[in-house]
Design a protein. Structure first.
Length: 175
């Protein structure tokens, strides 16, 4: 009887995690268009998905009137998390902290300019935004998050290690 050859066992180690550089954080924000907005009031924290566009230190988004915006009007400090996952051990994540400013088309000069800029940018991901062809016209509240701080992390898989073999040919786990 001849010994059967088997492929060497491969063991995955813990992922390597590192901080993202500012340019890597910006690249992730610009590649993605959906994030999770976290906000709080008194003893309650909420988180909700939003679509957004990043441009020059601002996150532009829109939503409908409701509890979220009522809460944010009282406490305008928020966090936005954006992720890109390839596997459980290979991902990037950025967290933005900032202040929410609602924007009105008929607001002051600066507010109206920001509203127009936000609508223009949001049309890149949802054509027709703010027009007669708007697919979600009930999302009429345009807001911007001024990016006050931004951090990010990246996980990459550890280099696979070949399992060592015992004298009898059975695999031993890597050290």
């Amino acid at each position: 009887m001849t010994a059967k050859k088997t492929a060497p066992a491969i063991a995955l180690g813990a992922p390597r995690v590192r901080e993202l550089r500012p340019d890597e954080c910006l690249a992730l924000l610009q590649r993605r268009s959906v994030g999770r907005l976290a906000f709080s009031f008194h003893d309650r924290v909420d988180i909700t998905p939003i679509h957004y566009v990043y441009s020059l230190g601002w996150i532009f988004a829109r939503t409908s009137h409701g509890a979220k915006m009522e809460t944010i009007q009282h406490v305008p400090w928020v966090a936005l998390e954006v992720d890109e996952e390839t596997s459980p051990v290979e991902w990037e994540s950025v967290v933005v902290h900032g202040t929410v400013y609602t924007m009105e088309r008929n607001g002051g000069i600066t507010e109206a300019k920001l509203w127009s800029r936000g609508i223009e940018l949001l049309r890149r991901i949802v054509p027709g935004t703010g027009s007669e062809d708007d697919p979600v016209p009930f999302r009429s509240v345009v807001f911007g998050i001024h990016v006050d701080s931004m951090t990010g992390r990246k996980a990459t898989p550890a280099k696979p290690q070949r399992a060592r073999r015992r004298p009898d040919g059975a695999a031993r786990p890597p050290r």
